[in-house]
Write a protein that binds this ligand. Sequence first.
Ligand code: HEM
Length: 412
Amino acid sequence: MTQAPLFRQITDFANRADPYPLYTELRRTPVLHEEEGGPYVVSSYYDIEALLHDPRVSSDAANLAASEDDGLGMGDETGGLPPSFLRLDPPEHDRLRRIANSAFGPPHQPRRIENMRGELDGIVTGLIDGFGDAREVDLVDQFAYPFPVTVICRLLGVPREDEPRFRSWVDPLVATLDPDTRRSADPEFVKTAQESRMQLGMYLAGLVEQRTKEPQDDVLSDLANSRGPDGAMTMMEVLSTAVLLLIAGHETTVNLITNGMLTLLRHPEVLGRLREDPGLSVRIVEELLRYEPPVQIVPQRTCITDIELRGTTIPKGSRIWLMIAAGNRDPERFKEPDRFDPDREDIQHLGFGSGIHSCFGAPLARLETQIALSELARRLENPRLVEDPPPYRPNAVLRGPRHLNVAFDGLR
Ligand code: HEM
């Protein structure tokens, strides 16, 4: 039987539960290019980091062929919203990110986030209490999904009870982030994603209009009424930023919490230490972002000029896939990279990306996951996995279990 090209195996669902042996194989070829018109796949830590900082590598949706565009980058020609700043280059990226940043609080002092600590504790306690007398729960549906959704809704000022509505629009958009789905997408799939983005935009427009008239203490109000040194966002910019924050704010964190609990249940000695010392959650979360990163690939990069990398020329206009989860396990960078070790001295991972697009929500995602994991460790008595490996979501970029059934003897 002939093997599929390696780059196609990346998106093959058969590799979802354990993609790491494939990543080891990918790292053997520094710049992997197997098919005319196919992506240039880069898997070593130092190369990925360098490319994330390279101004010759663009994130601009306009530099991607229309067929390769995804739900976060659709341009107006589709009748949708303009691209969010995730899919823009400087100077536009920087202007919009700065305005969005000021809505979250001064850079490096995430005012809104730290102020939310008590609120986050309360939401986590409520969800765990909600397990009631059950002795088995699906941690995804009953905890890891509702937690960050509730948080991002409160932050933005989106009514939590609208979640079933916006979820029906978010799901098709998230599916377009998987590079395989995108390529093989039938026109119906693309149309559904475009309509979903538009519907989500229209839904948010209603909320933004309210906040323009009557500002509240929330991020939508601050985005809508921003008047700082960078001026105001246009209504369309506010909407594409709000779509980005709403989706990025929960579709990633759900996987960090779930991958985290799965990893801890596979490493009961670490789970035991966390139960005794909640402060260990800080190191555990960093190591998880290296060891089981929720965003495995950054596939939306194009080079705007020829780039020489390790003896290969990546021609102008080529698509580059940055395999951050492979870089995180690069033995040239980390000692014993396949070992989950929260005590390692140096955990400078690529889990939040790097460079100008590095994750905007990192302080929030960290805090949410630290609280979630330390509380689960403290409160679940004798937790164990019901199924290992658990069933996975189909997405190769946003990787995580679809369900994580955990049995336990009771709640503390
Ligand atoms: C960017 C990961 C949570 C908002 C990114 C990037 C990564 C990432 C890898 C870089 C993408 C690129 O270079 O193209 C994660 C992970 C999270 C998480 C693993 C959770 C564990 C969040 C949250 C928010 C958020 C909670 C919002 C509150 C953003 C935004 C960007 C971004 C707005 C775009 C930044 C830019 O283009 O300048 N994230 N993220 N993320 N993330 Fe996150």
